[in-house]
Design a protein around this ligand. Structure first.
Ligand SMILES: [Zn+2]
Ligand SMILES: [Zn+2]
Length: 187
């Protein structure tokens, strides 16, 4: 009987040693985990704001409340990173510039669509139609990029563009009655 008792004490001693080692390992892991959370928060908040106070409070939140603090941080942190915000601003600026430059009549400023031949308000010519393929070309192009047709000078094109208008377009523009409708193309 005493031998069995000694064995039991030895086994219990071993179990307690193993548990102790496990507890130390677990403690070390939790400490490393907490530090990792803080480091992750530090990197994340620095990518999202330049506000030092906000950065410090975020790190403190995770430092004190650990996983729960991280949860709060994820709820409260700025939605976009600085890089994302910068990218969005650039895209918005490009879009605005595009609208201002391309979709307004250069003469009267009325909004026009990119496929308009003339401005519906002041009748300024915005584009020209290629005589060969019929696609819309910018006035500054001296050849058609779609079919490589070389355009005659712009003055001739002005007359041609007016001649090429469909009857509905002419009605829509309701030109003054004195306008010379019978003008022949200069070619
Ligand atoms: Zn106009
Ligand atoms: Zn063409």
């Amino acid at each position: 009987m005493p031998e069995i008792n000694i064995d039991l004490v030895a086994i219990l001693d071993q179990i307690s040693q193993v548990l102790e080692i496990a507890a130390v390992c677990f403690g070390a892991f939790m400490a490393a985990f907490s530090i990792s959370l803080v480091v992750w928060t530090f990197r994340d908040i620095r990518a999202r704001t330049h506000d030092v106070l906000f950065q410090a409070l975020s790190i403190l939140l995770v430092l004190v409340f650990n996983v729960l603090g991280l949860l709060l941080y994820l709820i409260l942190r700025p939605k976009e990173t600085l890089a994302e915000r910068h990218e969005r601003t650039l895209a918005e600026e490009a879009l605005l510039q595009d609208i201002e430059e391309r979709l307004a009549c250069p003469s009267c400023g009325v909004r026009v669509r990119s496929d308009y031949l003339l401005c519906p308000a002041c009748h300024t010519q915005l584009k020209r139609e290629c005589e060969a393929c019929g696609r819309l070309n910018e006035l500054t192009w001296n050849l058609c990029p779609y079919c490589s047709h070389v355009h005659p000078p712009v003055e001739v094109q002005d007359t041609l563009a007016e001649e090429n208008m469909s009857p509905e377009t002419e009605q829509f523009f309701s030109r003054p009655s004195g306008h010379d409708q019978s003008a022949e193309p200069a070619q």
